[in-house]
Design a protein around this ligand. Structure first.
Ligand SMILES: *Cc1c(COP(=O)(O)O)cnc(C)c1O
Length: 242
């Protein structure tokens, strides 16, 4: 795995990042959000370390990964870039929770009590609390990942009681919709749950919604962190994995 960014790849990523940031700023303005209220998480799963370096050199600091082993390898390869913020956004198997607790700064995909407890127990004492979003299932997506809105209160109560986790907010991956209106409609109950949680004194500040295909609906619905892969790094080639 090459660590240096290579020319054409780096140029494309730099241009795509600038374009995506501009798009986010324009959408924030269009939907009367404060400038800077929507952070960009660059989703680098399946992409080589050189792609992350190119994005880093273009100013990007927050990266999202879905596969534990890949995330840990990238973090080790880029240990010299100490101000990278590592976000885990994929499904969590309980036998991988320790690697996540030891290596990541954020986890967006906490949706089971057992996983929450393990992450808190396994978080090393010399690291700050792990930043956590609860994944919510808002559209009955096939993956079945995420708590239902009915289960959300119990999960919030648990996570705020765990010493080495810091609850930051909610995350969702809705099933694809065919219009902006239906995308917004699916986000609506989640946005309400987030507003209720934010007014509840838990100091949550993160609504992690929005991907390359639904940025306008996510930002209209109150997203504070969009997770963008394809629009920055190009299409993913899964044949390279396993
Ligand atoms: C892959 C992935 C993304 C990025 O998706 P793009 O469509 O490539 O922008 C965002 N969130 C999660 C949870 C993902 O798995």
């Amino acid at each position: 795995m090459s660590i240096a960014a290579n020319g054409q790849e780096a140029d494309d990523i730099t241009r795509n990042l600038a374009h995506t940031s501009e798009q986010i700023a324009q959408l924030a303005q269009e939907y009367q959000r404060d400038a800077g209220s929507v952070r960009l998480l660059a989703v680098s799963k399946t992409k080589p370390v050189s792609a992350l370096v190119a994005a880093y050199e273009a100013g990007q600091r927050a990266f999202g990964e879905n596969y534990v082993q890949e995330a840990v390898e990238k973090r080790q390869a880029l240990a010299h870039l100490a101000d990278i913020e590592w976000h885990f956004i994929g499904p969590i198997q309980s036998n991988k929770s320790r690697l996540i607790a030891e290596n990541m700064d954020w986890v967006h995909s906490v949706d089971r009590e057992k996983i929450a407890r393990r992450l808190s127990e396994q978080r090393p004492d010399d690291l700050p609390p792990l930043n956590v979003c609860i994944q919510v299932n808002i559209s009955g997506e096939d993956s079945k990942a995420g708590v239902t809105l009915e289960q959300l209160d119990d999960m919030v109560t648990l996570i705020v009681s765990l010493p080495n986790l810091r609850l930051r907010g909610l995350m969702a991956i809705p099933a694809p919709q065919d219009s902006h209106e239906s995308q917004c409609a699916v986000y609506q109950p989640l946005a309400q749950a987030f507003a209720a949680l934010a007014s509840n004194d838990h100091h949550v500040d993160t609504l992690s919604i929005g991907m390359s295909g639904d940025l306008p609906a996510a930002i209209a619905s109150g997203s504070t962190m969009v997770r963008v892969g394809t629009a920055i790094f190009g299409a993913r080639d899964y044949s390279l994995k396993q």
